[in-house]
Design a protein around this ligand. Structure first.
Ligand SMILES: N[C@@H](CCC(=O)N[C@@H](CS)C(=O)NCC(=O)O)C(=O)O
Length: 264
């Protein structure tokens, strides 16, 4: 079996698939695309994923696209190795309903602060014409990018996104309380955990971890997923925004110093 994963280090959707492959101990050939140079929009890649986004997994020559689809595809072809999907149809249905919620609410919401806080400078240097041409070249994200413009999302968009993220954190905490943890569905790590992992890790990375300051089960969940053997291989250097963008690193360092001073 040959697996080629087209992805990007900092892409939250890619992180789901890297984690799944590592958790299943499945080797793969990783192709890193530079999303800011437009690798995802090149004709060769569009034949693999016509949506012009990562990730895409090519298995024995056939492409599988969309991170949630890829995760379950990997389960279908490697069901015996580190199962990540519950066995009973009712639990599978519950897990899939969670995946839909995650893809509807927090997964799109996390893009707004990510673009405003980290990715915006990549677009600010463009002329109006260059920026419009870039928007027009995006099969999936034309309107998203146009709404952002070259000055960033408006405060009301940011507030709305932060509200959606807080709602998702509350929902995740309810799931953990219902199941008793340590994972969202209880004893078994499932795709619900893997799907939301990049959102929570990104929130922590960009200083939005206050959202679960009063939710110890969520903090314990984050510690547990970070301790999972697949985590380190997934989040290699350059996967966090603080590792790529010095201004975010400085912001985080200032916040940590302030927290230490406040507790002294
Ligand atoms: N629903 C898709 C979304 C994929 C997606 O939005 N990928 C982002 C990175 S996380 C991307 O490739 N963005 C590049 C662009 O917008 O041009 C999935 O889960 O795979």
């Amino acid at each position: 079996m040959s697996f080629v994963l087209y992805n990007a280090p900092q892409s939250t959707c890619s992180q789901r698939v890297r984690f799944t492959l590592h958790a299943k101990g499945q080797g793969f050939d990783e192709r890193k695309l530079d999303l800011f140079s437009g690798d995802q929009l090149k004709p060769d890649y569009l034949t693999i994923n016509p949506n012009g986004v990562v990730p895409a997994l090519v298995h024995d020559g056939d492409p599988v696209v969309d991170s949630a689809v890829i995760m379950e595809y990997l389960e279908d072809i490697l069901p015996e190795v580190a199962p990540l999907r519950p066995k009973s149809p009712k639990d599978v249905a519950r897990m899939r309903a969670m995946l839909r919620f995650i893809d509807e609410v927090p997964a799109p919401a996390i893009r707004i602060p990510s673009y405003n806080l980290a990715f915006l400078p990549h677009f600010q240097a463009m002329s109006a014409e260059e920026f419009q041409a870039l928007c027009d070249s995006k099969p999936l994200r034309r309107e998203f990018l146009m709404k952002m413009g070259r000055t960033g999302f408006a405060q009301e968009d940011m507030d709305e996104a932060l509200g959606r993220l807080r709602r998702a954190v509350k929902r995740m905490n309810d799931w953990l309380m219902e199941s008793g943890g340590p994972w969202i569905m209880g004893e078994q790590l499932t795709y619900a955990d893997i799907a939301i992992m990049p959102v929570i890790v990104r929130m922590d990375d960009i200083n939005l971890d206050d959202a679960w300051a009063d939710k110890p089960m969520l903090t314990a969940w984050l510690d547990a997923i970070r301790a999972h053997p697949a985590f380190e291989a997934t989040y290699y250097h350059g996967s966090l925004l603080t590792e790529k963008y010095p201004h975010l690193q400085a912001l985080r360092a200032r916040r940590e110093t302030a927290a230490v001073a406040a507790s002294a």
